[in-house]
Design a protein around this ligand. Structure first.
Ligand code: GLN
Length: 252
């Protein structure tokens, strides 16, 4: 019985490959020695941000190290955060790297590599705010970046809150600084960067949720997922990834 199953599966694979449905044909995979296209939203320092004419940051350097391992050249495409998964699935980009959290919902639309780091969601408020933790957010005006996990937590989990969605995290933080909203929910490291660039804001100690960041790859593209995972695992094991993180995030 088992044997028959395996031979049936083999037949199916051969048939798929012959029809061009299996393997790389179905997906817009990068050529060996070619260009690896990364979709990102470069307004998320320290993971990806503009510096002069360049897009730099932790995710960019990790993707660069992966491309190098695979003998490819990295090309970064900047777009709205909300468009990254579609870009990856349509073949416009090969990978999505944008401080992107692995969630059950996203896993329905896209595959993720192994995680390369963890992050938390934090709450930013004005310095004198009466909000001291997540429990105080009920009924408040909360700013988030559209389509992010902060958006999901705020929209799903906080009673009577009004959610203001912004395209960029910094726009939400600016609105908070101007008193238009009462709080922002966003990832911890960008939160520190944004707060340092705005007036009169602080990050609450309470960390909401811990998340895993990973790289998005078109759903079902096991060939590319395997290649990227092997490269990623190698640069995690040899300390390259930690070195990149330490370069951008200095311990307090
Ligand atoms: N980690 C959050 C998410 O995946 C935010 C990512 C981002 O804004 N670039 O939704």
């Amino acid at each position: 019985m088992k044997k028959r199953m395996i031979s049936l599966m083999l037949c199916a694979c051969v048939a798929l490959a012959a029809a061009g449905c299996g393997g790389s044909k179905k997906f817009n995979n990068p050529e060996k020695g070619g260009t690896l296209i990364m979709a990102t939203n470069a307004y998320f320092e320290p993971y990806e941000y503009h510096e002069g004419d360049d897009i730099v940051g932790i995710d960019v350097e990790i993707a660069q190290a992966i491309a190098e391992k695979l003998g490819m050249t990295l090309q970064v495409e900047d777009m709205e955060f909300d468009s990254i998964i579609a870009a990856v699935n349509s073949g416009k980009a090969h990978i999505g790297a944008a401080g992107m959290t692995v969630t059950e919902d996203r896993l329905k639309n896209v595959d993720f590599t192994d995680s390369y780091t963890t992050a938390t969601q934090v709450i930013i408020v004005q310095e004198g705010s009466e909000i001291t933790g997540a429990d105080d957010l009920a009924g408040k005006k909360i700013g988030v970046q559209l389509g992010t996990t902060g958006d999901i937590y705020a929209s799903d989990g906080i009673e009577d809150a009004t959610i203001e969605q912004y395209n960029k995290g910094m726009d939400a933080v600016q609105a908070l600084s101007n008193g238009i909203i009462d709080a922002v929910i966003i990832d911890n490291e960008p939160a520190k960067q944004f707060v340092s660039k705005a007036e009169g804001l602080k990050i609450l100690d309470e960390e909401f949720v811990t998340e895993e960041y990973a790289i998005a790859i078109a759903k079902g593209n096991e060939e590319l997922l395997d290649d990227v995972n092997k490269a990623l695992d190698a640069i995690i094991a040899d300390g390259t990834v930690q070195g990149i993180i330490d370069k951008y995030i200095t311990a307090e």
